[in-house]
Design a binder for this molecule. Sequence first.
Ligand SMILES: [Zn+2]
Length: 429
Amino acid sequence: MGFIFRALAAGLYASLCAGFLALAPGPASAAPPGGASPWAAMAETARSDGAWPGAGHAPLPRPGQLRADQVAVKRSLLGFGWSLDASIGVAAAVPFRVFTLTEPPRIVVDLEGLGVSGFDPGKARLARGVTAVRAVPAPPGWARLVFELARPFALETAEMRAGELRLTLSRVGAEEFAARSGPPPGVVVGGQGPGETGQPLLIVIDPGHGGIDPGAFRDGVAEKDVVLAFSGELRAALAATGRFRVEMTRETDTFLPLADRATLARSLGARAFVSVHVNAIEDARARGGIVFTLSEGGSSSEARRRAAVENRADAAGGPFIPDAADPVGSALESVLRTEAQARSIELARALSDGLARVIGGGTQAPLQSANFQVLRVPDVPAALLELGFLSNAADRANLVSPEWRVRAARAIAAELVAWAQSGGPLTRK
Ligand SMILES: [Zn+2]
């Protein structure tokens, strides 16, 4: 019954438990009837011991991507019947968990701290009996692979060695498979997206600035007010599609540090984070929207200038607090390595397409990138949407018009529906 886990090093076992506990804080007695899961036992051990390092903290992302060409499944005839031997190459030993699900039969493999950017299922070597492998939405900080099985194969062993997670499975009847399947307690298993599960996707909208920080200001119009109004309208437009659930980082005229905005999106497990801003420059002729994603260097000197302006927002809130205290993790590099970065660009494209439809005058909303502190959100696709220029009379007239803002919000919401349907928040094919 259940799974057999063999960890070569005690350290790995400990980190496996810590990773699990971080996601499943419920009591050990929450195990399903039958008690087939080893997770309850592990949780109990950890709790009586009381001191797994890292338990209760969100794990920080580690560099590394899962690659489909490192995934191989072999089938062999052993003793009493068919068995499967699956190998998943990893750069280093990481916490993991494996379980099977029924209807249809699947193996779910979660690996902590890895990304699935560029995971190309066509490159995996699969044996007969495994119809497909896919990278699917995972809890923040985890990569999740799902192997579709043509027939029930129950998990016998799962072992992490340096450079490889190895699974063995044996062919069993449907009844036994069902008895041995199911997620560990506390682990959320979604479907493949909003289309299949009917679960709305959570989007966190971040109206820029607020409180003592007005942002850009022209002709009596403050950025903080325009973006708050638009964010409310975007929330309504997204909710009206039935495909999204929306949380906002602020709903009133209050100051919020940049890092808190990103942290909220991450802690809520958002599937997208959109920070809303407007621009203002000396040249009153410049108009139109811009959509930014995070990058280290910046796509242009103007993009770098915009990031520098926005990153100063925290200065309005008092003394500068060094990055080291940032619970999201200050290493920009680690953010850029996650698969969320690839998805961020798709998100930005959807925002840009929606906005371009309502700007008028043939003006586009180009994609740019720069080092925006507010976009440092590991695991969550994130983009900064600049609706237009307060310094341009035509744009300013649009921005203060509730009618224009609602049209823009609806156009963007429609593009985000298409983005979600195309697998935007999921792994890119
Ligand atoms: Zn701004």
